[in-house]
Design a protein around this ligand. Structure first.
Ligand SMILES: [Zn+2]
Ligand SMILES: [Zn+2]
Length: 320
């Protein structure tokens, strides 16, 4: 058969069915987080203080030329989903964090990197974790719908910020090892066994407890701190770690002679021990979190009345 000399015109397209109007979750609220890392150095040194006073207040952090950290930043953002099912396009988020924060700070000496930390100026703040989190908030806020920031200086020290405010949360983490037995002395062995199971065995068992202590306070406009960090660490060491570490809690810590030392009760007792001394440092004890094993932890919110926080933002930061 002879092929046609001229290609047949294409069949006229069948008009497409109009796509059904899918919502893709549009308008529903959600919180998203993004993590970013940078390495930077800093030095705590106030020109108005003598070398001895700098050394006394800031210890090894005052040593020249400074020291560094691998920082980890968690950015929580919230809002309604767009027609694409996203709070924000993640590439815009990445670009904003890179341009406004990590490209400017990575491998830099923080004291010189941003004018916020120019200590020759009266408004300059020491580049503490708290001050750095606030400076990052102010630089990101015009670009992203921030709900919360968490900045880890190490895995044992971090700051949370929930707004463009001098109020910040500072958390330190430490640990102790202790034994305990869960049993109410007024009950029979059978009843204790029914309630506490293996934890009621007569000679006890032990845990490596991880303790997080969170305090809330105003960032000092010069030192950049919500409270004296070394003093806070010393309080926790002297009031909790030293008396609890390598003990049998039921016998060695008087409180637990009459109160069953569940993780909940240990956390509550730690909150009771720390509340007034933290207040004396000029901050408020916000939370005590005691992790007893990889599988269980107890949290005590120590502030009364409880703060009207943004719980989604805090939870998002904590689990990011
Ligand atoms: Zn440091
Ligand atoms: Zn136990």
């Amino acid at each position: 058969m002879t092929p046609p000399l001229v290609a047949a015109p294409p069949a006229s397209p069948v008009p497409a069915e109009p796509a059904p109007a899918l919502a893709h979750g549009r308008g529903r609220p959600c919180v998203i987080t993004r993590r970013a890392c940078f390495s930077a150095s800093h030095r705590y040194w106030l020109p108005e203080l003598s070398p001895d006073d700098n050394q006394a207040r800031f210890g090894a952090c005052s040593l020249a030329p400074g020291h560094g950290h691998n920082y980890e930043l968690i950015v929580a953002m919230g809002g309604p989903l767009d027609a694409d099912g996203m709070v924000l396009n993640l590439s815009d988020v990445k670009h904003a964090i890179r341009a406004q924060v990590t490209d400017q700070l990575d491998f830099r000496f923080l004291n010189d990197a941003w004018p916020e930390f120019d200590l020759s100026q009266p408004g300059g703040m020491l580049p503490t974790t708290e001050a750095l989190t606030l400076a990052i908030w102010r630089r990101l806020a015009p670009h992203l719908p921030l709900m919360g920031l968490r900045l880890y200086e190490t895995n044992k020290l971090w700051t949370d910020l929930l707004g463009d405010s001098m109020e910040a949360f500072l958390t330190i983490q430490t640990h102790f090892a202790a034994a305990h037995r869960l049993a109410r002395p007024e009950l029979s062995p059978e009843d204790n066994d029914a309630i506490y199971g293996k934890c009621a065995r007569p000679h006890g068992h032990g845990h490596n407890y991880l303790l997080e202590v969170s305090v809330r306070g105003q960032i000092d406009p010069r030192t950049g701190m919500v409270c004296d960090l070394a003093a806070l660490q010393q309080l926790v060491e002297e009031l909790v770690v030293e008396p609890f570490d390598h003990t049998f809690l039921n016998k060695d810590v008087a409180h637990f002679a009459t109160t069953v030392p569940t993780a909940e009760n240990i956390a509550l007792h730690i909150a009771d021990l720390l509340s007034a001394p933290v207040a004396a440092l000029g901050a408020s004890l916000h939370k005590v979190r005691l992790q007893e094993s990889p599988n269980n932890a107890a949290e005590v919110f120590a502030e009364v009345p409880a703060l009207g926080l943004k719980p989604q933002a805090l939870a998002a930061l904590a689990t990011a």
